[in-house]
Design a protein around this ligand. Sequence first.
Ligand SMILES: [Zn+2]
Length: 474
Amino acid sequence: MNRPLCLLALGLLGVIGAAPAHAQTTALIGATVIDGTGATTPRGVVLVEGDRLTCVGTADECHVPSGANEIDLTGRFITPGLVDAHVHFSQTGWVDGRPDGLLAPEIYPYIETSEYNRDHPERWHQSYLCSGITAVFDVGGHPWTTGLSSSSEDDANAAHVRAAGPLITHATRTALMANEDLYTFLPMDTRAEVSESVRQLAAMGSGAVKVWYLRPPADRREELDARLMQVGEEARSAGLDLIVHATSLREAKMALRAGAKLLVHSVEDQPVDGEFLELLQRNDAVYAPTLVVGGFWTRARGSIAINQPPEIDDPNGCVDPGTRAKLRQTAELQALVPEAGRSPERFYAGLERVGRARSVMADNIRRVHEAGVTIATATDAGNPLTLHGPSIYTEMEAMQAAGLEASDIVIMSTRNGAIAMNRLDDFGTLEAGKLADLIVLAENPNDDVRAFRSLTHVMRAGLLREQKELAFRQ
Ligand SMILES: [Zn+2]
């Protein structure tokens, strides 16, 4: 389905006639263009004017105006910029951002960590662009994250952001409530609390209403299911999409019955069934599995337990020096882990749990894909060792290992991410009129998604940069 449109050529030939060359046009010539719709154009041409694509197609379809800035990318591959449909700007990629997992107030005072995150979102933006990610969905964080959407939209140094803000939940994690401005949760225990929580999210400009629906205790199921349904109704009235964290099949179905448009994790407790697939289809919902975050958490805990700083997978130098320094602080942290938590038995049990969940998640992603449901690539970046930026490579490779075709994963990591963000009209595929957010690779991602590691250039809002210009280390 190749639908090239050459607005520029139509304009020049149809209206202006022999107009003078358009100095601002950038022409990317000769690459194989994988446009995110499923179409591939060998020796393609991509024309860019300002921050927009003006033509994507063959050399016949896209006439390069004389005077254009021509960039020869013969032998390379162009895809839309990657979209990570699950990140957290309020989390750091290490345990300092998750004091509910390991409380270390002497080493990492949570208020200071949270303030630093608020004051320095540019670190994660650079990590994203450096890794080829030009848009992210922040599916839960401190109130300030809701402002990222407008502040990053037209910034060539930032990824597009849709941000949900604080999570509505029945669970209590007081460690994640830094103060009255830097908090992670809003309550849902009563009807009045649900109304007030949704009202607050709407008032702070949230891009969606996210519910953190951990498995409720058996004696509270009915009551909390009713509250979840109410969140769905009130979100709809407020004009906001409901998105839900629910990793167990029963809760994931409840989320869909409540109207969820996005499930931000995999179902990992058991195989999904026909009813679940029908509910996904009925809602036209997006399924965003997160295959690697659990293993990264276990590795982070293990590296602290044995005081062995973790090795990180950062092929393009996209992890900032501050984060790298923190990842080496395992000695100070080890002393905080109780003896029982340092036992090899505990560590192996964790690995086994992760392995079991991974195999269920792998089966489920295939079932959901075979049912024709929209799947979006999602990392949960910000959790310990799920590093902003390069963790997307690990996630895509896990999807491939689960049995999905590389060419389908390319679509899930571009177009479908834009669908999850409600932004397909603006980006996610390479089509005339859309934003010029794209990446250039040395290898073919339709053969093997490991090719995304071979990133050579990133274009955001029409600004083309070599990958190494975006790296923290060269
Ligand atoms: Zn998350």
